[in-house]
Design a binder for this molecule. Structure first.
Ligand SMILES: [Zn+2]
Length: 212
């Protein structure tokens, strides 16, 4: 559902630009609101969430889908943890659809989907591995990398249950906004994918804004 935010960008306490191929790893406190802006359109922000108090509690796609009875994420979706606690709620969304079924790109999936020669190309899973290695203070390892949300990505489910990666429905400046229900570690890989036509083979920056 398309819902505009009432928050002003000028009031944000944090505003960071994340280049394609970079990761973003920060704590968002309970009560704070975070916005991810698709600055140039049809970018994918592959995102994981963890409880800051105990990262073994993390975003769960299956608990979220079951609790809301729908596979698509948009305004009103409550992101649930693997312990079935609300982590964040989507409170504004000008894109209207986000995927949590397709998973993130990895060097392995690049070789299966595109070409054996793509194995050396940078993928979201690499960015997450680098993030947990460079931020030891969070106490996470590659075992903590699990299912994710692909903000701004359009992965429709066909009538007979098929999954398709479709052209993006996002556009420059579209955003999704989430209010935290607990202190969460946000880990975004701004997707570096160069083989998927959904981003016109042109990965672009996103912006992350946080309000108190
Ligand atoms: Zn990716």
């Amino acid at each position: 559902m398309i819902t505009e935010s009432k928050l002003n960008a000028t009031d944000a306490v944090i505003a960071d630009t994340v280049l394609a191929g970079d990761y973003y790893m920060k704590v968002v406190k309970a009560g704070q609101t975070m916005r991810i802006v698709d600055l140039e359109g049809n970018q994918a922000a592959d995102t994981l969430f963890y409880s800051a108090a105990d990262p073994s509690e993390r975003y769960s796609a299956m608990d979220t889908i079951r609790e809301q009875g729908n596979v698509f994420l948009t305004t009103g979706t409550v992101l649930m943890s693997n312990e079935c606690n609300p982590m964040l709620e989507i409170v504004a969304d000008t894109c209207g659809r986000h995927d949590t079924l397709g998973g993130a790109c990895a060097t392995e999936s690049n070789t299966v989907r595109y070409d054996l020669e793509k194995r050396c190309m940078h993928a979201c899973r690499d960015s997450w591995m680098l993030a947990v290695a460079e931020n030891e203070n969070f106490g996470m390892t590659k075992r903590d990398i699990t299912h994710n949300i692909n903000f701004f990505m359009n992965v429709p489910v066909t009538a007979d249950g098929g999954l398709t990666f479709a052209d993006g429905i996002s556009a420059p400046g579209k955003y999704v906004e989430l209010k935290a229900a607990m202190d969460v570690i946000v880990l975004v890989s701004n997707c570096p994918q160069l083989n998927n036509p959904c981003n016109a083979y042109n990965p672009t920056p996103v912006e992350v804004l946080i309000w108190d």
